[in-house]
Design a protein around this ligand. Structure first.
Ligand code: DP6
Length: 326
């Protein structure tokens, strides 16, 4: 009999950013973070157990090299959990087939949706019985931000240790995220390498850690009381702080390009005119505008001219990673 499972997960955009690891191998962050799970650009992944060696196919292309190595390292972790659970699937390898609907083009962290979907599909295929918290901890080992894509709508990912570092839901008002993709292409420095460089060379790193903890506390309180203005102000300020921190590395690292900066400026100008929107960006040039749902179309129309494909997509809070079959 063939053991197979299919899961779907969406990317998430952090309002309080994760940048820095306390443990490189276990992927435990130096501070907590908070994100919105999106309702589009899913990754759908099928894991089928075989005895023929691990394989990884993404968007109809067979992969080997770094991305396949990361998948195999992750599957080894799933198999070690299967050994602990006394499951006879533990010796089997896996065929992983994944489809990514547009996040790469839109410049979104496909590693978050990718490892969240893989965690859910692989755990099910190998017969592990894990709850959402355990699945979040598992996804974290593939990519830190993937821990948050397990959660519906808004997630807080706790720092701590291997046991206590997982994401869970936080209540927050409906908000829209307008994606403003300004460039394509691989980023020059991966998040993983950028975080190491920051820890090793930025004099601001200790202040980043303590201030992020403070911002997270303020952000959780603002979310719980439904205070969109404070959520937005904290989001934009924390993103700018992260990019300033990254710029302070030796040698300096810069993810934003001139168009990204122009989008940040345009969003600030809109606020001056009374259209409430706030900018954020991850480890790349693409910008996201956080706004009230009723303003999303106005914000998207205003920013579409900056996008590379003349499309500024409106995203709403979405579903956490889940099985769709098997
Ligand atoms: C800037 O989760 O991709 O998007 O744990 O090394 O895989 P690894 O890093 P990753 O880093 C995401 C960084 C960020 C901020 C965020 O999503 O919180």
């Amino acid at each position: 009999c063939v053991t197979s499972a299919t899961a779907r997960a969406y990317p998430n955009i952090a309002l309080v950013k994760y940048w820095g690891k306390a443990d490189e191998k276990l992927i435990v962050p130096v501070a907590g973070s908070l994100s919105m799970t999106l309702d589009d650009f899913p990754t759908t992944t099928t894991v089928t157990l075989t005895d023929g060696g691990d394989t990884f196919r993404l968007n109809e292309v067979d992969h080997d090299g770094t991305s396949a190595d990361r998948v195999t390292v992750f599957l080894d972790l799933v198999r070690s959990l299967a050994v602990d659970a006394g499951l006879d699937t533990a010796h089997l390898s896996a065929r992983v087939v994944s489809t990514n609907e547009g996040p790469t083009a839109a410049g979104m962290a496909s590693s978050a949706s990718g490892f969240a979907a893989l965690a859910v599909a692989a755990a099910s295929a190998y017969g592990l019985d894990l709850d959402t918290r355990e699945l979040s901890r598992l996804a974290r080992r593939g990519s830190g931000s993937a821990s948050r894509s397990l959660i519906d709508r808004f997630a807080v990912w706790h720092a701590g240790d291997d046991e206590s570092s997982y994401a869970e839901a936080v209540s927050a008002p409906d908000m829209a995220m307008v994606a403003v993709p300004v460039a394509t292409g691989e980023k020059a420095v991966s998040s993983r390498q950028g975080m190491i460089a920051t820890a090793e060379t930025s004099p601001f790193y200790p202040a980043w850690i303590t201030s992020t903890q403070e911002t997270l506390t303020e952000m959780i309180a603002a979310c719980e009381r439904g205070d969109v203005t404070t959520i937005g102000e904290l989001t934009e300020n924390h993103a700018i702080r992260m990019h300033a921190l990254i710029a302070s590395c030796r040698p300096s690292i810069r993810y934003l390009n001139p168009t990204s900066i122009a989008v940040f400026d345009e969003i600030a100008a809109m606020r001056q005119e009374g259209v409430e929107a706030y900018a954020t960006a991850d480890a790349g040039p693409n910008v996201f505008a956080l706004t009230r749902p009723e303003l999303a179309h106005i914000v998207a129309d205003r920013l579409v001219g900056f996008t590379k494909d003349n499309e500024a997509k409106i995203l709403m809070p979405g579903q956490g990673a889940h099985l769709i079959d098997g």
